[in-house]
Each structure stands twice: as structure tokens, then as C-alpha cells.
Design a protein around this ligand. Structure first.
Ligand code: AMP
Ligand code: AMP
Length: 288
């Protein structure tokens, strides 16, 4: 799995200072400022607004936010999925050298920081190959069934469920996206059912990652990984959906040096915040 590490120490200051928008628990998406508003009505339905991320790390990081308050713990609706897919297509079509990824961090252990329902889209850095691209390379679209489980790469530590999407966007509609999402979500929710005895405190949390080429769901157990180090105190690494494509955000120098010097700690951190890989297990062993 290829990793891309962003080092952004300024974001650590944001977390600890009063500039954090969450400090007064106000919903930053309730009354967005005009400077950050790209579209007040994204697709003419009156349901979504498109905002610029106030704290971007990569270019073209936008937030697709519901106009009315909805909870970030709610499942994605077919409308959410198709609005996001259509926006991905539009953004990709603007420049053939650019590709975008959408993601949804849902639930308290998913790495999300805002409770108002929002998906996020950004431009994938050129030369960076997300794990899911490798998994779907040369694979045709299918829906999971008795003989076909979602794709999962046995070589990484953590559970993840991936489906290739049809090559032509004409074949992708609300129903297809909803069926893909629900079938992947079912597999993710199984973990919470299985772990209720050992971890009764676990709250349903997961990440959704979406490009024009594939959709992926990752069940989450924790939002921040603990990384042990012989010489220093335990370090903490926050992980959201982007981490499960291979994009890691380091906010202080110690953690940056640690993961660059010892990249295998990333795979451990991704497992620490997810669940063990289930590749090769029979569906009946873990079906919801
Ligand atoms: P998440 O942390 O996944 O819930 O995503 C919330 C996103 O909203 C983060 O990327 C923040 O950088 C971004 N954000 C926080 N406050 C604002 C704001 N006032 N306007 C626009 N984006 C914001
Ligand atoms: P956080 O303070 O953890 O919410 O993250 C700060 C900003 O960086 C937010 O806008 C996040 O969406 C964004 N972000 C978090 N992780 C990554 C990543 N691995 N790659 C790019 N941007 C990220």
C-alpha cells in the first residue's frame, strides 16, 4: 500500500487554540460565510450546498453539506450518493489530468469533527495510487451475492470492502449506488454486532470512500491511533477516511519522523482504528 504523508503543524495549533470552530459547539455549516460558499444550491434540488473547506491540506477540498441539519451518524441516502457521484464526474471532467475522491466519516469513531451531515471531495494528488485503485485494477463492476464477496486486499491489516463501479457513468444511477453502498455497509455493521460482548461501548462508525471508479466502506473502532515509541511518550495519530486510501496527516514533528522512519506503524495504526481484515473468510462466518 502506497502512503502519502502530509505534514501540517499549523493544524495542531488549530486543535488546541480558541480558533477551533467547534469551541462554542456552534454548527459551522448552519450559516456559512459567503467567502467559503461555492454554491448555495448544488444541484437545483435545494438539498445541498457546496462549501470550501476552511482548513484544507490538499487543493480543491470542498464540503457537500445538507442545507437542513441532518446527523453525521445517519446513513447516506440514495440522493446523497448520486449528488456526490455527479459532482465527482463534473470535477473530474474539468481536467483530464485531475481525479477526485469523495469521503464520508460517519459515527464517533470515524474521525469526523462536525455533526452536521457533510461529504467531502478533494483532488487526489497526482502520482498517488490509493489502495482501492490497485484492488479494482482490471476488475469489472459486480454486486455482492452468494458467490461474490466485496473485494478486500489480504495484504493489509484492516478490514475494508470495495466494489468496482461501471466504467461508463451512464450506467451509474441512484439505485446502483444505493445497492453498492448498502451491501458494503452491511458487511461493516457486522463487526459491531460481533464485538458487542467484548466492547459494549463501541458505537457504529465507518468511512465511505468514493471515486468514479470504485466505492469502499471501512468499519471503524477508534478515531485516534496510539503509537508506542521506546524513547518518547505514546504518540497519537488521528485517522479519517483518507487514511484508508493511504493518506496520512501528521500534525507534529515527532509523529512525522516516527512514521517516515518506520512506515509499518501506519498499517498498525490503521488496524488499531479499524477491525482485522476478513479476506478469505466465508461470508457466513461474519454476515450481518
Ligand atoms: P470532519 O472533520 O470529517 O467532520 O470534516 C469537517 C470539515 O469541516 C473539516 O475538513 C474542517 O476543516 C472543515 N471545517 C470546519 N469548520 C469549518 C467552517 N467554518 N467552514 C468550512 N469548513 C469548516
Ligand atoms: P482535522 O483537524 O484532523 O479535522 O484535519 C484538518 C484538515 O485536514 C481537515 O480539513 C481534514 O479534512 C483534512 N485532512 C485530514 N486528514 C487528511 C489527509 N490524510 N489528507 C488530506 N487532508 C486531510
Amino acid at each position: 500500500m502506497q502512503y502519502l504523508i502530509h505534514y501540517a503543524p499549523a493544524l495542531a495549533a488549530k486543535d488546541s487554540s480558541s480558533t477551533k470552530d467547534q469551541s462554542n459547539n456552534e454548527d459551522p455549516f448552519a450559516h456559512p460565510v459567503p467567502e467559503l460558499t461555492v454554491l448555495d444550491d448544488l444541484n437545483g434540488t435545494g438539498s445541498y450546498q457546496l462549501l470550501l473547506n476552511k482548513f484544507p491540506v490538499v487543493p480543491e477540498h470542498v464540503l457537500l453539506v445538507t442545507k437542513q441539519f441532518e446527523s453525521q451518524s445517519d446513513a447516506l441516502s440514495p440522493e446523497d450518493l448520486v449528488a456526490t457521484y455527479q459532482l465527482l464526474c463534473k470535477m473530474d471532467d474539468e481536467d483530464e489530468n485531475k481525479r477526485h475522491m469523495a469521503f464520508y466519516n460517519s459515527g464517533p469513531a470515524s474521525g469526523s469533527s462536525q455533526d452536521h451531515k457533510h461529504l467531502q471531495l478533494f483532488q487526489l494528488p497526482s502520482n498517488f495510487i490509493p489502495l482501492q485503485d490497485k484492488i479494482c485494477s482490471g476488475k469489472e463492476h459486480f454486486l455482492p451475492g452468494f458467490n461474490a464477496e466485496p473485494l478486500q486486499d489480504a495484504k493489509v491489516s484492516f478490514a475494508h470492502f470495495v466494489l468496482p463501479l461501471p466504467e461508463s457513468s451512464d450506467e451509474v444511477d441512484e439505485d446502483l449506488l444505493a445497492m453498492c453502498y448498502i451491501s458494503l455497509l452491511q458487511r461493516a455493521l457486522t463487526f459491531f454486532q460481533d464485538w458487542t460482548n467484548e466492547r459494549p461501548d463501541l458505537k457504529k462508525s465507518y468511512n465511505v470512500l468514493l471515486t468514479k471508479n470504485w466505492i469502499c466502506v471501512v468499519p471503524r473502532s477508534k478515531s485516534v491511533a496510539e503509537i508506542e515509541d521506546e524513547d518518547t511518550e505514546t504518540m497519537h495519530l488521528g485517522i479519517n477516511a483518507t487514511g484508508y486510501a493511504g493518506m496520512i496527516l501528521a500534525k507534529d514533528e515527532a509523529i512525522y519522523n516516527k512514521i517516515v522512519g518506520e512506515p509499518r506503524v501506519i498499517d498498525q495504526a490503521l488496524l488499531n482504528c479499524g477491525f482485522p481484515n476478513t479476506s478469505g473468510q466465508k461470508p457466513t462466518e461474519y454476515h450481518y
